[in-house]
Design a protein around this ligand. Sequence first.
Ligand code: HEC
Ligand code: HEC
Length: 221
Amino acid sequence: MLYRIKIILCILFLPGLSLAIDLENGEEINEVCAGCHGEYGQGGKEGEYPRLAGMPSAFLAKQLHLFRDRKRPNLAMVEYIDDRQMPDDDIQDISHFLEKIVLKTKLPPADESQAGFNAYERLLESKRLMQIPLAPGDVAQGKKQYRKECGSCHGRDGLGDMEKAVPMLAGQYTNYLWRQVKKYREHIRIHDEEAPEEELLKEFSDEELTDIFAYLSTVDD
Ligand code: HEC
Ligand code: HEC
């Protein structure tokens, strides 16, 4: 909230100062990211490249800073993320641009025989869709476990928490989530900065996480 007020103050009183967010610049930067993460930040190759659209900007910015500082390894992005390519302002702009992209999970029904039907519009709309395929596992058990163990931070339905900068898990590729579980368990990534030595995901068996991810894959159905 305070952050928002600061941004507004900056836009009102200090034009040109670095806190003002430039979404057009964000859109331009996204042309580079799109090669891997898709034009709409929808990710690709079944989770080799994660979905970025709709993630909290503070979470995205934090990851970009970690990549830039080499604290979170990411070989694929090395050449896009050094200081020259990605000054702080650019990190801010691209993160806010991506946060604002809304991906639908289903196309609204349309009657192709109607006079006003626009096939091209429909095609464009379909490109902005994202549906996570059903992952194997016990959905009911996973839902129970998720609500108890993860929901307090990642949101009741796995959609993340904008205020606290917690990423959505529902709507993210299951493969990608598994890869991150491995990284957290090996302390390559830090899950909870307030308790960096402890890793919550080590306390769960692969079977339990399979059920949780099965549930998360159904949230967008
Ligand atoms: C050459 C391919 C490539 C390009 C170009 C690229 N990325 Fe990535 N990005 C990746 C890969 C691969 C990962 C996943 C790394 C991992 O598994 O930890 C990733 C992960 C991320 C993540 C972490 C997301 C999460 O949920 O943890 C963010 C944020 C991100 N990229 C932002 C960007 C932005 C912004 C750009 C454009 C400036 C960009 N990427 C360009 C390949 C790319
Ligand atoms: C105390 C709050 C908290 C709890 C509880 C929690 N998480 Fe997280 N989770 C976070 C935060 C914060 C991040 C982002 C951390 C970072 O910067 O890497 C995150 C990131 C993740 C990621 C990586 C997502 C991405 O896009 O990179 C996965 C996977 C994940 N959590 C799974 C889980 C699961 C499964 C549970 C329940 C068993 C869980 N988390 C419980 C706070 C939490």
